[in-house]
Design a protein around this ligand. Structure first.
Ligand SMILES: Cc1cc2nc3c(=O)[nH]c(=O)nc-3n(C[C@H](O)[C@H](O)[C@H](O)COP(=O)(O)O)c2cc1C
Length: 189
């Protein structure tokens, strides 16, 4: 698939089919993620792979309980918070696989580097017929020390971008974008 086509067609997928992603496919996605540029080529990312619908449903329930208690006004003000309080909502959209991109301690911009890796992963997934959705709502829960310990994340490893992956149940409608805003444009010929 052409890069531009993939960029324009990728959508956040929130309804997945029952088909399971295989480990070799996850490996391909991680290799694509690791092709991202990074400051000083430090490649300060590490990936936690969490697979299994039952496991992710359970994580969703626990993450929602935590979400409702975080005091960060960014979460409190989000109108979707009521939705996330509902027992029927799975914040991982009932996907079977979650790739949690974690930042390793590094100079410069490890978090930004991880987001670039995440975009690579999502575009590659789209090119492979998969759907993805970043789940920022799960980030605070994954950052709890006890959850990092439960998952066995190495010390210093900071979860920054959870991304669910699976086969889309159907096409996802386009999501409109604003025209790029030009803050300034100085162009000497
Ligand atoms: C950092 C980040 C966090 C996000 N968190 C969530 C989330 O918790 N749940 C969700 O359903 N979508 C989440 N999204 C997906 C956005 O809602 C989505 O990308 C946006 O609405 C644009 O739609 P599109 O990706 O289909 O173009 C997140 C996206 C980003 C970049």
């Amino acid at each position: 698939m052409e890069v531009l086509k993939a960029i324009h067609e990728r959508r956040a997928t929130r309804v997945f089919s029952d088909a399971d992603v295989r480990p070799a496919v996850v490996q391909d996605l991680l290799r694509a993620a690791a092709q991202a540029p990074s400051a000083l080529n430090l490649q300060p990312w590490s990936f936690a792979v969490l697979h299994g619908r039952k496991r992710l449903r359970e994580y969703s329930e626990r993450a929602k309980v935590h979400l409702l208690h975080v005091t960060d006004p960014a979460f409190g003000l989000d109108p979707r918070i009521d939705q996330y309080a509902s027992s029927t909502v799975n914040i991982f959209h009932d996907a079977g696989t979650l790739i949690l991109i974690c930042a390793k301690p590094a100079r410069f911009a490890p978090v930004e580097d991880c987001f670039l890796a995440g975009q690579n992963l999502m575009l590659a997934a789209h090119g492979m017929g998969l759907g993805t959705c970043p789940v920022g709502f799960a980030r605070p829960w994954f950052n709890l020390p006890e959850i990092k310990a439960e998952l066995g994340l190495p010390p210093g490893c900071t979860p920054v971008l959870p991304i669910v992956v699976g086969y889309p149940a159907g096409p996802v409608p386009p999501v409109p974008r604003k025209d790029p805003e030009i803050a300034c444009w100085h162009w000497d010929e």
